[in-house]
Design a binder for this molecule. Structure first.
Ligand code: 5GP
Ligand code: ZN
Length: 138
């Protein structure tokens, strides 16, 4: 059983700040910024992209409401809302979760910056390769 399933089953202690029938939101053990929270579905899915739709929809609603609550209660100036998918993108626990990371300063212990790739990009070709007419969504 994965570590988040053990937390959900109360086999490992945690600091929950919100819970309902579908999700639990706990303080991240690493607290990169004060109030760093993980929203975790009670059912095990390996990551965000494999999570069942209605569960994910609920997680996003919780992320918005709890994110606003955290902004107000921490006094943070901003927030990173993110989900890492697979090791190459920084995922270390293979149970779907969304990070809510309140931000106080650009010098916080988390740095997310986008460095433009200097390669020449053929945008027309890229668009033709990636564009899709319809998505398999409800
Ligand atoms: P990931 O790297 O998969 O996106 O995020 C996993 C997060 O889980 C990390 O930020 C890490 O600090 C947190 N984490 C790992 N083990 C535990 C634990 O036992 N308890 C809590 N509360 N957080 C954990
Ligand atoms: Zn799990």
């Amino acid at each position: 059983m994965c570590i988040f399933c053990k937390i959900i089953n109360k086999e490992i202690p945690s600091y929950p700040i919100y819970e309902d029938d579908k999700v639990i939101a706990i303080l991240d053990i690493s607290q990169v910024c004060k109030g760093h929270t993980l929203i975790i579905p009670k059912q095990h899915y390996p990551n965000f992209l494999s999570c069942e739709d209605s569960t994910l929809t609920h997680m996003m609603k919780v992320a918005k409401a709890l994110g606003n609550h955290l902004l107000q209660t921490t006094g943070a100036s901003g927030m990173n809302v993110l989900s890492n998918v697979h090791e190459v993108a920084g995922q270390t626990i293979d149970h779907c979760h969304i990070h809510l990371i309140p931000r106080y300063s650009e010098k916080d212990a988390i740095q997310i910056s986008f460095h433009p790739n200097k390669e020449d990009h053929d945008f027309a070709s890229l668009m033709n390769t990636l564009a899709i007419q319809s998505l398999d969504i409800l």
